[in-house]
Design a protein around this ligand. Structure first.
Ligand SMILES: CC(=O)SCCNC(=O)CCNC(=O)[C@H](O)C(C)(C)COP(=O)(O)OP(=O)(O)OC[C@H]1O[C@@H](n2cnc3c(N)ncnc32)[C@H](O)[C@@H]1OP(=O)(O)O
Length: 537
């Protein structure tokens, strides 16, 4: 455990990774705490507000049951299980059971539309899927595109129509005893899809060690966890690395309960009330959520927060001050990405927080500013934010994509795709992306995917998609559209294009702005100049 106040330099010097020879996220998060004491693990707040508590003991039995269900389906070590569910107990059970069974889980965001779902299921070669009725309706439309998918489980009341296997019924029939798979830290555990400027999303394949790689930062930010009364919550979905590895799994690993609740739409009043009612002590709130709280100007006297992690987008000095004043806690910024998460952070117990800077490398992680060849640049100069190879939190590879994997590295470093600089005192400053990837509300969004999708709209001849500055979401997605001859731009057509993206890709990827134009700025070789589009605003 980290001392109350220590010198950052001493922590860095003293740090040693302790990676055991055998490690399994499922057993470490659940079985290790299932000691018969009835310690709470998950507190699920249903849509109605009703609270259902799951203890570690129950979670052990439930994950064992589902691991048995998966084994009975013929799934073997290394096979993929997709999880297409919101923040809910079944989501945690499915992932943890997959880990225990030596399978590879594939989290899928509930807002994904048909094409996004189909691509990820096909690309990962998932053999089984757990979803709810809303997810099943989407799956029905694309099931013929994913022949590898042989077993589909649906949560909630049994529909009895043969479209899917009832999750509850299968669980009821299964044994609650299971011998977990004997995995090593480098054995594949999870594929999390992420986007680049062009092409399809890539699946970052992580080993079981990913959890161990997150722990130094969790300890750094939520100092002293587990403390009596600790309870961790995030409004971010458990479909991304943030919800899963900044919150769900490391918290359970430390024997601390997690509050599970994600509203259909983030509501500042409801979020404050939820934290106060359930006495949430630790929270991950992305900057967009903090800005929504500031905008709504809500106060709540009952807050008992003791640690707050934020990241995924730049925090900024004013927002940090707001957090201290309104939430009564320090905003501790982190930096990371799906391929290599939580490598930079801040905590004023170890060094003064410098407004605007992300912080310093978390002890254990070697983060440098490097050039395109992976060679360090002089202090103060801008370059690529790089993380030295061999870091336990780093992905094993991009799933089935050796070319993309090779591209991600230069020399000894993984290149994050972000540009930054490091000052004389070791603080890291985020500058911008090195590519056209859009950062909106903490999501990393690929403009190429959205362009491809919009191009399939029958009225569209050409399209360029960029991120434009947004006061709340860091960037908002904007599409510049050239229509086919005879088509007229209108609000109705703009709304139709937005819906076209929402239903095919995702609810968080639709262009908030659609502008019709006669031509797009192009290079001599016919590539759209997104840089020019960004300049137009
Ligand atoms: C690097 C790291 O470690 S951390 C970074 C990882 N990033 C993340 O985890 C993402 C963090 N961001 C978020 O969780 C969210 O954006 C929040 C909580 C900040 C704000 O949430 P919201 O504003 O409710 O919506 P969110 O951004 O998720 O969704 C986008 C759209 O989908 C809509 N939507 C969300 N849920 C649903 C639903 N169940 N049904 C229909 N529509 C929905 C939203 O209404 C929103 O559209 P709108 O703004 O036009 O209304």
């Amino acid at each position: 455990m980290l001392p109350e106040a220590a010198r950052y330099d001493d922590l860095v010097r003293a740090f040693r990774w302790r990676i055991p020879e055998r490690f399994n996220i499922g057993t470490a998060c659940v079985d290790a705490h299932a000691d018969g004491s009835g310690k709470p693990a998950l507190l699920f707040v249903e849509e109605s507000g009703a609270l259902v508590t799951y203890t570690f003991d129950e979670l052990k039995r439930l994950t064992n049951r589902f691991a048995n269900v998966l084994a009975a389906c013929g799934l073997e070590r290394g096979d993929r299980l997709a999880v297409f569910l919101p923040q809910a107990p079944e989501t945690a059970i499915a992932h943890l059971a997959a880990f225990k069974a030596g399978l590879v889980s594939v989290p899928l965001f509930t807002l994904f539309g048909d094409e996004a779902l189909s691509f990820r299921l096909a690309n990962s070669g998932a053999k089984a899927l757990v979803t709810d009725l809303a997810g099943l309706a989407k799956l029905d439309r694309i099931r013929h595109e994913v022949p590898d998918l042989t077993h589909v489980f649906v949560t909630g009341p049994d529909q009895g129509d043969g479209r899917a296997i009832s999750f509850d019924a299968a669980m009821a029939r299964a044994s609650d005893a299971f011998t977990p798979s004997d995995t090593g830290p480098d054995d594949p555990a999870i594929i999390i899809f992420t986007s680049g400027t062009t092409g399809n999303p890539k699946g970052a394949l992580h080993g079981h060690r990913i959890l161990l790689g997150h722990l130094p930062c969790i300890e750094f930010i939520h100092q002293g966890m587990p403390q009596p009364g600790d309870l961790h919550w995030t409004p971010a979905d458990w479909a991304w690395i943030g919800g899963l590895f900044d919150v769900l799994f490391p918290t359970l690993y430390l024997g601390v309960p997690v509050l599970a609740h994600r509203a259909k739409k983030f509501d500042p009043d409801a979020a404050m009330a939820l934290m106060a009612t359930h006495k949430v002590r630790n929270v991950f709130l992305p900057p967009t959520a903090l800005k929504l709280l500031r905008q709504a100007d809500v106060r709540h006297p009952g807050l008992v927060l003791r640690s707050l992690l934020t990241g995924g987008e730049t925090l900024g000095a004013e927002l940090g001050a707001f957090v201290q004043e309104r939430l009564g806690v320090e905003a501790r910024e982190i930096y990371g990405q799906t391929e290599c998460n939580l490598v930079v952070g801040s905590n004023s117990n170890f060094f003064a927080i410098r407004p605007g800077a992300m912080g310093k490398p978390i002890p254990g992680h070697d983060v440098r500013i490097v050039d395109e060849d992976g060679v360090e640049v002089p202090t103060g100069e801008q370059g690529h934010i790089g993380v030295r190879r061999g870091d336990p939190v780093m992905m094993l590879e991009y799933w089935n994509n050796p070319a993309a994997t090779a591209d991600k590295y230069a020399g000894d470093f993984l290149l994050t795709g972000d540009l930054g600089r490091q000052d004389e005192e070791g603080y890291l400053w985020y500058m911008s992306r090195s590519d056209d990837v859009i950062t909106s509300a903490g999501y990393r969004i690929g403009p190429g995917e959205i362009e491809d999708c919009i191009l399939r709209h029958p009225a569209v001849a050409m399209v360029g998609v960029v991120g434009v500055p947004d006061p709340v979401r860091t960037e908002a997605i904007k599409a510049w559209v050239v229509l086919k001859p005879g088509q007229l731009g209108s609000d109705a057509l703009a709304a139709e294009i937005q819906d076209h993206v929402r239903t095919r890709l995702s609810g968080h990827e639709y262009p908030r702005y659609v502008s019709f134009t006669d031509a797009l700025p192009m290079t001599a070789t016919g590539k759209i100049l997104r840089r020019e589009l960004r300049r137009l605003g």
